[in-house]
Design a protein around this ligand. Sequence first.
Ligand code: SF4
Ligand code: FES
Length: 327
Amino acid sequence: MRASRLTIFIYASIIGVPLLLILMVAGLLANNAYAYTVLPILLSLALILFGVTGIFDVFVHPKYPGSKNRISEGTHGENKEAPKARSGKEINFVLRRFNSETRKFDRTTYKTRATDRTTILGALLDIKDYQDNTVSVRCNCRMGICGSCGMVVNGKPVLACETSVLNVAENGAVEVAPMLGHPLLKDMVDDFDDFFERHKSVEPHLYRKDVKEKYAAKSEYKQSKDELDKFLPYSYCIMCGLCLDACPVVNSNPNFIGPQALSQTYRYYADSRDQRGKKRLFDADTMDGAWGCEFSGSCSKACPKGVDPASAIQLLKGDLMKSLPEK
Ligand code: SF4
Ligand code: FES
């Protein structure tokens, strides 16, 4: 309530000050008596209000950067005193942190509390906010959309923001480690450059022969439900990299392009609007492409979006077999 009243004051001052100034200048030009008496008093009052609300906003209100009462968003800053009445079950959070200087892992245990609504990401940000602000975690949406918070919890690759602490805790403990299927940067943060290079290498976009027509199409490219069903599940990929982390082949042969890129190859190959044709299929026809897959299925098991890369790869293999005489 206090915030909304403050906002009204701010807007009233922002609009009121210039308005009064304009009225005063107009009054002075017209030699109006109010321009010398009432308007300067109102203008002074408006300026004082403007100043006071501005100072309050910047230095006191929790939403703003300079405020001493600022609510932490789990990024940087000094560790704050933990809220006194924290509820929930006590959990030992064991972090297997990658130390970028020694290139080794450090195990650190933090005690925290979790309710049935606490996610792994929430608990990590809490630890970062109130216990150790050197803990590095990558996150963004906090709702399973951006794919930034992939990590390994109790040995399983998961999205930290979608994983409940109490659901995975074993004997009151949770172990969190970074994904090992990607180069490591620090703590739980992986380097995704290589992952995105693999993704880009399969040209993950609709290819149209007539580029001019693509940008000036008279209407949308229509598809039947059957045409849509062929690729829709594979278009749900959020590029979290969990499938790569889970894939035993990527982990033993770094040249294998991996389940994510192959599922995207199939996603565009199966899209009736795409005009790359069989080139997409034949590009995957290598031992580091579709034939590198040993069908362990762990990519599909790890995928938080139900993309099922393993099935995409088998469909690629099947279509390659059918295209043998053509090649
Ligand atoms: S296929 Fe699934 S696990 Fe792999 S990157 Fe996409 S969303 Fe993540
Ligand atoms: S923070 Fe975006 S998926 Fe977890």
